[in-house]
Every structure is written in C-alpha cells, then in structure tokens.
Design a binder for this molecule. Structure first.
Ligand SMILES: [Zn+2]
Length: 129
C-alpha cells in the first residue's frame, strides 16, 4: 500500500508541472493553426483524440491497480501518460474552439460558479445574470 500512496503523491505533484505542459500544447496548436481543415475533418480528429484520452485513462487505471496489488513500479510511465493526457486535452479544446462547438463559459458575479452563457439565472445560487 505504501507504493500506492507515494505514487498518488507524485501524481499530485505533476499538477504543478501541468501549466508548463499546457503552454507547450498551446505552442503546438499555434503551429498547427496554419492547417486548413474542414468541419468534418476537425470532428474526426477530435473524436480520435478523445479516444486517445480514453485509452490513456484505461492504461493509467491498470497501472494504479498494478501498484496497489504489489506489481512492478510504473511511476515514470504513469506520470508520462498523465502529461500526455494534458497535451491531448489542450489539443481537443483548441480544435473544439476552431469548430465553434466550444460553449462559452461565464462566471457568476455572485457566487463565482462557472456557467454556460445562455442561462439567465445562476444554477448554483439563483442570481440573475
Ligand atoms: Zn451564482
């Protein structure tokens, strides 16, 4: 069990490094923005990336269970997978903006909850928007 706790501890620490990964992803996305893709190709790409996220999550789950059950220590691979997901998610977000599918998110002025901008009232505190 100690291995599992130390593993989860290092997973927490990667949150600090995630900002750096996100800016790398933004750089990559910026480089790619020259590409002209139609909506169908964009949607196809987004679906592919979402599948990549799903399989990476499955692998991570397997690795965590392996650590829990006393298997070999896959810490480095696990952390690498987590960073991979950060990059994939940033790429998905960028592509969704390009397809115009991304929903605009507003913040409630009263309670600070994140809301879809097409609502008249805050779903959390009921404040009028
Ligand atoms: Zn609110």
């Amino acid at each position: 069990m100690d291995e599992l706790y130390s593993l989860l501890d290092s997973v927490k620490k990667t949150a600090e490094a995630a900002g750096e990964t996100a800016s790398n992803a933004a750089y990559l996305a910026g480089k790619k923005s020259g590409e002209i893709l139609d909506a169908a190709k964009l949607n196809f790409k987004i679906a592919g990336l979402k599948n990549d996220v799903k399989s990476a999550l499955l692998e991570i789950g397997g690795m965590i269970y392996q650590t829990h059950s006393g298997g070999e220590d896959n810490q480095e691979i696990l952390l690498e997978k987590l960073r991979e997901i950060d990059v994939l998610k940033a790429e998905i977000a960028e592509l969704e903006i390009r397809t115009g599918r991304a929903e605009k998110i507003d913040t409630c002025p009263a309670c600070g909850a994140e809301l879809k901008s097409d609502h008249a009232y805050c779903g959390h505190c009921g404040a009028k928007l």
